[in-house]
Design a protein around this ligand. Structure first.
Ligand SMILES: NC(=O)c1ccc[n+]([C@@H]2O[C@H](COP(=O)([O-])OP(=O)(O)OC[C@H]3O[C@@H](n4cnc5c(N)ncnc54)[C@H](O)[C@@H]3O)[C@@H](O)[C@H]2O)c1
Ligand SMILES: CC/C=C\C[C@H](O)/C=C/C=C\C=C\C=C\[C@@H](O)[C@@H](O)C/C=C\CCC(=O)O
Length: 257
């Protein structure tokens, strides 16, 4: 998929991985709608991007992925402004074992809500033009992180949802590819705050450090992998694992095995 003229929506675009995803999509010719609950971060990034790319290439909308009303309004404004949606990056997420219900609401329910509302605009069966949806999961979606079991559960759920939607889309003719991005630790605000967010599992911080010692990515490394999942049209139903020393499409057991 060439990105020139394509319309992308990125959730959690204001900071960290979402900001890097936004930048690499812009660099490759897309127009990007930035959705974030952090209005300060979103407006600040929009201001910087306007100077670099011009005001017409981006739109920032204050949107909480927990709010169906705000998501609907954001997609409506996106279609009114740019004429459609080709790419969705469900990236918004938190790690907070003290607020585990909220973690589920944002990391998993939010991905499902945004996906289902985006389908109304992207699905070829309902007048859309198809496209690709990439969900930011985690290496913790492929294996357990003992210090954040609920975060682990949300990311396992994101991968399962992504793979099932990929199969459903292919079988139904939606014209939409679904892929999961599964990075290890990445240097962002979320990562910097983890020691305060482990809750009842804070005593396992040292055990977690052993995993962290295997390496920490920078956001640009993650964005490059996102670009691959977006542009390589052979990618549907993939979970791309990204570590500092390797990248691998994960193979999963099948029922027929
Ligand atoms: N940092 C890591 O080590 C790491 C590794 C693998 C996967 N991830 C995942 O990558 C994604 C981005 O994480 P990050 O490290 O860039 O975090 P970050 O905290 O640096 O940025 C997250 C962004 O999402 C926004 N956000 C949070 N809740 C939101 C909501 N309800 N609605 C809209 N926006 C919301 C925040 O305002 C922020 O701008 C998350 O899904 C996270 O689970 C992070
Ligand atoms: C404390 C959490 C900090 C940030 C959250 C972010 O999503 C990063 C998670 C990074 C790593 C998770 C590692 C989990 C490791 C173990 O489960 C181990 O079993 C390996 C995981 C997957 C197996 C695939 C493989 O390595 O071959």
């Amino acid at each position: 998929m060439a990105l020139n003229g394509k319309i992308a929506v990125v959730t959690g675009a204001g900071l960290g991985i979402g900001k890097a995803i936004t930048e690499i999509l812009l660099r490759n010719g897309a127009k990007v709608v930035l959705l974030d609950v952090n209005e300060t971060a979103g407006k600040s990034l929009k201001e910087a991007l306007d100077k670099q790319y011009g005001q017409e290439r981006t739109l920032f909308l204050n949107c909480d992925v927990e709010s169906e009303e705000q998501i609907k309004a954001a997609f409506q404004k996106t279609v009114e402004t740019f004429g459609g949606i080709d790419i969705l990056c469900n990236n918004a997420g938190i790690l907070n074992e003290n607020e585990w219900e909220r973690s589920i609401s944002i990391n998993l329910v939010g991905v499902i809500k945004v996906t289902y509302l985006a389908l109304e605009h992207m699905n070829k069966l309902t007048g859309g033009r198809g496209g690709v949806i990439v969900n930011t999961a985690s290496l913790a979606g492929l294996g357990p992180l003992l210090s954040c079991p609920v975060y682990t559960a949300t990311k396992h759920g994101v991968i399962g949802f992504t793979r099932a939607m990929a199969a459903a889309s292919a079988a139904s003719g939606y014209g939409i590819r679904f892929n999961a991005l599964c990075p290890t630790f990445v240097q962002t605000d979320l990562f910097s705050a983890i020691l305060d967010r482990l809750g009842q599992f804070s005593h396992l911080a040292d055990a977690t450090q052993k995993y962290i010692d295997t390496g920490v990515l920078n956001v640009s490394q993650v964005a490059e992998c996102l670009l691959k999942l977006v542009t390589d049209e052979t990618n549907n139903g993939e979970a791309l694992m990204v570590k500092t020393d390797m990248r691998k499409y994960v193979t999963f057991p099948t029922i027929t095995q």
